[in-house]
Design a protein around this ligand. Structure first.
Ligand code: SAH
Ligand code: SF4
Ligand code: F3S
Length: 519
């Protein structure tokens, strides 16, 4: 079934025509249409080809009833980008007539939307595929699909082809809009359907979406990444940087505001590169945030920022505040200029600190959070200490911390590494203690203060307690009636923990909400 020519040619896009199968006795031709494996080599290319922009996605008429009487289940791993892709896929499923379910046992289609960022993220998915095997044996008509970033890796696709025959379909991050076709192929074929394009990717508008919740929403502003940090798989799995047009983003956010959403998070792997690919207009993240300020929605966030492209104009716009929150996630990765150089981050410790200084000067109460990798190949004790000292110097509120995980195909994976795992673990532990300390300290500052909380729902442990986040992304728990859900309320902080705050809603607010409950 493997067509070597096609493999070498790379990612030729062939439209799978669902009617082919019934009339076609030449199965090899059929497999050609459904076997498009990934190629890391192709994924690395950054050509001058225009990104094609498709304005009007639509579900082909012939697939509309496909999901009648069937249920879908999607499990999502990884970052917000994946979470949002899941919302799009759920939208496609609903348009095909499927119903959602939240148990795998009940599902007719199970999709694992995967993450490739570290080895343990991948191991979780392989473990889950193992767990699903008995279900497939019990229900042979069940369709199991693997999508997301792992699908873009050749080694993963080969491993699944070889050892996970419970999988019916694999499709990539650039193939989400092809879900109706891929599903159709999976129903008709006895072989595993593989459709992973490694080409640079398009921008497709008007994809259906089923958002999780009606309070906060994610909005993609760009796709892909061209930074090629030496440890990172994302530029391979997500293709080249390509921005959505400002008018499409503005329209989406306006619609969300009109629907009553209280918060949007603008998404991209490197949002500071937004607009750099436009050839006809000069319009970057600063300009986009300026437009966001004009929209009547209480909070606008963005993630993730790369320090390298964070320019003065953006700082100037953010400093105007309004609905632009004063929380910036600014991954530093390391405090050592030498390590940053090997990581190809393209800034030094000093340049990062200078950027932080500028942000704090313009936005005095800005909260900064970060991502850090410890145990990079050959990281010395001194270099690690530089990360610790930078952490203290910036005074981050919190951080996501990781032990370096080699990713096949990336430059760092080929580096010799003289740091034993034991040492890496000790470094992570020390860094995590510092992160905890910093977080607890940051929380203490809120004691006695009144904060604005966007109420998201009941707290995990107690239905009488509501939970929500402040503008600076602090989790707050407090007693409130259910009518508070979806509203911005004022809470006085009475207790500061390491990762959350407890508080009481201020009196006037309680009265209003209780009145709403009675009415
Ligand atoms: N685009 C974002 C990061 C996305 S990945 C950015 O550049 O900021 C999220 C985080 O995972 C990264 O910031 C990095 O800290 C971590 N990460 C990425 N690749 C990794 C690897 N190979 N090993 C360990 N951590 C990694
Ligand atoms: Fe990965 Fe670097 Fe791109 Fe972030 S900026 S996604 S870390 S390559
Ligand atoms: Fe993971 Fe892909 Fe996001 S590798 S972190 S799901 S972009």
């Amino acid at each position: 079934m493997m067509n070597e020519n096609q493999r070498l040619e790379g990612q030729q896009i062939k439209e799978a025509n669902p009617s082919d199968k019934k009339s076609d006795k030449d199965y090899s031709k059929f497999f050609e249409t459904v076997y498009t494996p990934p190629s890391l080599k192709d994924a690395k290319k950054r050509g001058k080809e225009e990104v094609s922009y498709h304005k009007d996605f639509d579900i082909p008429e012939e697939f509309r009833g496909m999901g009648k009487g069937r249920k879908f289940y999607i499990r999502t791993y990884g970052c917000q980008m994946n979470e949002h892709d899941t919302e799009v896929m759920a939208g496609i499923f609903l348009n095909l007539g499927y119903e959602p379910t939240n148990t795998t046992e009940d599902a007719d289609v199970i999709l694992l939307n995967t993450c490739a960022i570290r080895e343990n993220a991948e191991n979780k998915v392989f473990g889950e595929l193992g767990h699903l095997k008995p279900l497939k044996v019990e229900k042979p008509d069940l369709i199991i699909g693997v999508c997301g970033c792992m699908s873009q890796e050749e080694s993963v696709v080969n491993k699944i082809l070889k050892t996970y025959n419970q999988v019916d379909m694999i499709f990539g991050t650039h193939n989400i809009h092809r879900l109706p076709h891929i599903l159709n192929e999976a129903y008709m074929s006895k072989e595993m359907v593989v459709e992973v394009w490694s080409k640079e990717g398009d921008v497709i508008e008007n994809l259906p979406k089923v958002r999780r919740g009606n309070i906060k929403a994610w909005v993609n502003i760009m796709y892909g990444c061209d930074k090629f940090c030496t440890y990172c798989i994302v530029p391979f799995t997500r293709g080249k940087e390509r921005s959505r047009r400002p008018e499409d983003i503005i329209q989406e956010v306006r619609q969300l505001a009109a629907q009553g959403y209280q918060e949007v998070t603008l998404l991209g792997q490197n949002v500071n590169a937004y607009g750099k690919d436009f050839t006809d207009i000069k319009f970057g993240l600063g300009e986009l945030m300026e437009e966001m300020r004009k929209i009547d929605i209480p909070r606008v966030r963005f993630t993730t920022s790369h320090p390298r492209d964070f320019d003065d104009h953006l700082i100037e716009v953010l400093a105007k505040g309004g609905n632009l929150v004063e929380h910036i996630h600014l991954p530093v990765q390391s405090g050592s200029t030498d390590v940053l150089k090997i990581m190809a981050r393209k800034y030094s410790r000093e340049q990062y600190l200078e950027l932080v200084r500028k942000i704090k000067a313009a936005i005095p109460d800005a909260v900064l959070t970060t991502d850090i990798i410890v145990g990079y190949p050959n990281e010395t004790d001194e270099q690690f200490e530089e990360t610790m000292s930078l952490y203290r110097e910036v005074g981050f509120d919190t951080a996501y911390t990781f032990i370096y995980s080699p990713r096949e195909g990336t430059p760092a994976a080929k580096m010799q590494d003289n740091v034993p795992m034991e040492v890496k673990k000790q470094r992570l532990q020390r860094l995590n203690s510092l992160v905890n300390e910093g977080s607890a300290e940051a929380m203490k500052k809120y004691l006695g203060e009144i904060v604005e909380v966007l109420v998201e729902g009941e707290s995990k442990n107690n239905p009488d307690v509501m939970a929500g986040y402040t503008r600076k992304n602090k989790l707050v728990n407090f007693k409130a009636p259910k009518t508070a859900i979806g509203k911005l309320v004022k809470v006085r902080v009475t207790d500061a923990r390491t990762w959350s705050l407890n508080g009481e809603m201020v009196d006037e607010m309680v009265e209003q909400l209780e009145a709403a409950e009675v009415n």
